[in-house]
Design a protein around this ligand. Sequence first.
Ligand code: UDP
Length: 375
Amino acid sequence: MKILFLDQSGKPGGAELCLIDIAKPYQNNCLVGLFNGGSFKDLLEKNQIPVQVLTNKAIQVKKESSLTQGIASITQLAPLITKVVKIARNYDLIYANTQKALVVGAIASFFSRRLLVFHLHDILSPEHFSQTNRRIAVYCANRASLVIANSQASKKAFIEAGGKADKVEIVYNGFDPQTYINKESEIKQIRQQLELDDKFIVGHFSRLAPWKGQHILIEALAKCPPDVAVILVGDALFGEQDYVKQLHQQIDALQLQNRVKFLGFRHDIPLLMAACNLVAHTSTSPEPFGRVIVEAMLSGTPVVAAASGGAVELVEPGINGFLTTPGNPQELTEVINSCIQDKQKTAAIAQTARNSASQRFHVVNINQQIAQLLT
Ligand code: UDP
């Protein structure tokens, strides 16, 4: 099976990191076509996955775009579509990994007569996408032979937006548990490097964006004991500079400058997670899947997540983690405090999470599910 993967992003968000694991087994028989250059291309190359940047022109359409903007952008896409049609003739299948890739992939699949598969990594709800974008996505996805949804929550929103239920299969993201095993000495060293070795570290791992809710964690921190510190791991990948400014202002106003560290985008997530005493996920809108939640589990670090979207499919509160009401800093403060107080119970929960996540999300099982769906 020869696969042409398509992804619009030059930056490695969750969908892109997931694609690396999916494309790897096909590395001798695939091409990843990107609509942007950037560090995602470098990551694919590092993983020996063939990659080509197919256009240097930015696609103007945004998540909130109107119909006129949407149609205008489709006409701009003509050279890219022509290129994809030509390349697709050398492959059996077009695998669209993002929404813009879906639009290009759907048209290219029509002209090249190749099958189309869409991997849905988003919740197609009004909170996340304009009506026009939802309509275009659903129209194109309904023409695919298969839609792979990354959670029940994503599947449900797709069907509610008009997607055909019989096209959708749920496949969670896969992970290699080995990647999340760290040496005690390295964990100790990184805590020292962060100058937080005597602190209770709460880690937040996500791009800096309002709906990822870093501000909720900062607010919760203000009510925690002084030996609690926060690391914010991730960058403003899609231009959310105003939000970054707001976060700094909030930290200054609460006088938390010495207790919050911005680490930027990092490639050593497993080690950083292992160095934390707790990982907090604080999205204020439903999370389609929530890779960071599973990664925390695999790292053996307790995790607290905002109870919405895919997160509730991953966390059973009190069994393999904790849940809070989205946007509620008080509940988050309570969870942090109870983890500090009841270390033994918290460690047992983290261990249960590690054991179950290692099986449930093992990349080998997940890749088998995908391979079966593609045949
Ligand atoms: N991530 C990373 N470096 C960072 C911050 C995040 O590699 O500095 C990774 C994180 O480990 C996770 C992904 O980015 O695998 C984010 O995926 P998630 O599903 O949590 O959110 P998304 O970006 O898809 O909204």
